[in-house]
Design a protein around this ligand. Structure first.
Ligand code: SAH
Length: 234
């Protein structure tokens, strides 16, 4: 997968992309992430990429021309599955959406700032809008990093244990059961006996029942959906 991110703050991705799983995925050549500084595509002598909003006076808006220049250049070099704009009112990022998007080969992610971006960019250049939640961030960069992380960890070969992404929360419509590690007992707080039994069948049953209980308690709407579809024999 190749991800091209258009931003006015490329340095904000230092950290999320230079550590841990994403760093290793890049090193292994499983994903290519290219950061494009929008200012490099401004024809203005001061490299401006924003201007005052028409009429409202409600702050600065990102201009269409630099964005168009950058997207056009990228599109002239390869085909893209989607040109994504990170937006608070976009489609909410969920695990099923991440699963679906992890199959893409090439995507562009545009990060907005200030009051947002000129609506004509959304109308004519953007093919998909993604929100990471119903709250407003200062810019699209943190959202783009969240989206990228959620996609990269699903690419085959990125996680060392192939099954571990599949057993994560939301993959089967359930949240994850609790997990424990050594020591067996700490300050009198002990690990559930069943996990030490060595009986895989009983352990798996316990995990499933825990996952169902937790889903019922923490994500009742997900539980109702599961019950409706009658998966997991609820
Ligand atoms: N005025 C806009 C908010 C602009 S916030 C409004 O009220 O809808 C500035 C930028 O941050 C946006 O252009 C977008 O790229 C990003 N952003 C803010 N909240 C976000 C969210 N929940 N998900 C994804 N991107 C977000």
């Amino acid at each position: 997968m190749r991800i091209d991110i258009i931003t006015i703050f490329p340095e904000m991705f230092e950290g999320p992309f230079t550590e841990s799983i994403i760093k290793r995925a890049i090193q292994k050549g499983l994903v290519e992430i290219h950061l494009h500084n929008l200012r490099d595509y401004s024809t203005d002598k001061h490299k401006r990429v924003d201007d005052y909003a028409f009429s409202s006076g409600a702050g600065m808006v990102m201009m269409i021309e630099p964005v168009d220049n950058c997207i056009s250049k990228l599109k002239s070099e390869r085909e893209y599955d989607e040109v994504i704009y990170m937006s608070p009112d976009g489609e909410l990022l969920t695990q099923p959406l991440a699963n679906q998007m992890s199959l893409y080969n090439n995507i562009i992610i545009l990060c907005g700032h200030y009051k947002g971006i000129d609506e004509r960019i959304r109308e004519h250049l953007i093919t998909k809008e993604i929100s990471i939640g119903n709250y407003v961030l200062s810019g699209g960069e943190l959202g783009a990093a969240v989206l990228t992380d959620s996609l990269v960890r699903l690419i085959p070969g990125v996680l060392s244990d192939e099954t571990s992404a599949l057993s994560d929360s939301f993959q089967s419509g359930l949240v994850s059961p609790p997990v424990y590690t050594r020591p067996r007992e700490y300050k009198g707080w002990s690990v559930p006996e069943v996990l030490l039994s060595g009986n895989d069948m009983i352990i798996n049953e316990w995990k499933l029942s825990q996952a169902i209980e937790r889903t019922k308690e923490r994500r009742p709407e997900m539980y109702e959906l599961l019950k409706k579809n009658n998966s997991n024999n609820l």
